[in-house]
Design a binder for this molecule. Structure first.
Ligand code: ATP
Ligand code: MG
Length: 265
């Protein structure tokens, strides 16, 4: 059952010209399996920070992948950056979407034996001429400088030359954020970005995310199992349950009782 259209969803729906992402009755099953998403309607505005919550297996990661055409959708439609698709986007459209998205995952995914700077430069892979992003030494000077600037923005300019495997978890995740930022994405998708960090580093990383996204006008969609993170570092919280949107509200209006209900059977 879809929840009532709460205020946040109503605001986004009322301003279609600001929508960066829209889904229309999105359904998703893997192969011939059961529906993981069973009619999801949402609209995300440019510049918004959205937290996606829900129990393990509720389909958060699946939804993130569907929004950017990484997995074919089973029914309904998705429109991202004004590119509307059913099933799967055409190759060119998929590439166009991908170029404008930065990703950050739970396990930073850095190349361990490369320097922080090279890892950030690799954020350009997939962009035109992206093969030169394999290593900072062969990257165009402009990319190297932008990567250095991104490291500076996350407070790690002094670690540019350090190997990724010599960084702490929190530092590595900040490098991953710099890597996502260096391509100047319109959208950052972060799947449990703070899940493997201690509480202090987790808050630091989330606050950084929030600040950088706001400063650059980047739209941010992140998942989290930490309800403090979900509420404190977003404008809006979307809860998934039983394949549908259980609620979609302004973060400041999300009460403890509503959160408990999301995780109750
Ligand atoms: N590639 C896949 N092939 C088949 N089934 C999958 C695949 N990826 C996910 N699933 C299934 O889809 C459901 C939703 O998974 P998903 O990873 O989207 O949930 P989630 O909300 O991100 O969970 P978590 O909080 O544990 O990360 C699960 O039942 C999972 O087993
Ligand atoms: Mg997940």
């Amino acid at each position: 059952m879809n929840a009532t259209l709460d205020t946040a969803a109503a605001f986004a729906a009322a301003e279609p010209e600001k929508n960066l992402i829209v889904t229309e009755a999105l359904k998703k099953a893997y192969g011939y399996g059961q529906l993981i998403l069973d009619g999801v309607d949402l609209a995300v505005n440019e510049g918004e920070a959205v937290a996606l919550i829900g129990a393990n297996g509720s389909g958060k990661s699946t939804l993130l992948k569907c929004l950017i055409g990484l997995h074919p959708i089973t029914a309904g439609a998705v429109s991202t950056f004004g590119i509307r698709f059913e099933g799967t986007p055409k190759t060119r459209e998929k590439a166009k979407i991908r170029r404008q998205v930065g990703f950050v995952f739970q396990n930073h995914g850095l190349v361990r034996r490369l320097s922080a700077l090279s890892n950030v430069v690799q954020g350009r892979l997939g962009q035109p001429g992206g093969l030169r992003a394999v290593h900072q030494a062969i990257a165009p000077a402009e990319w190297r400088e932008a990567a250095f600037q991104a490291l500076d923005e996350v407070g790690l300019a002094d670690k540019a030359g350090a190997r990724a495997d010599q960084l702490s978890g929190g530092q590595a995740q900040r490098v991953a954020i710099a890597r996502a930022l260096t391509r100047r994405p319109r959208l950052i998708i972060a799947d449990e970005p703070a899940a493997s960090l201690d509480p202090a580093a987790g808050h630091e990383v989330m606050a950084l995310f929030r600040r950088l996204a706001k400063e650059s006008g980047i739209t941010l969609i992140f998942t989290s199992h930490d309800m403090e993170h979900a509420r404190d570092y977003s404008d809006r919280v979307i809860a998934l349950k039983n394949g549908c949107i259980h609620f979609d509200r302004r973060s400041k209006d999300v009460r403890d009782g509503a959160l408990e209900e999301v995780f109750r059977d």
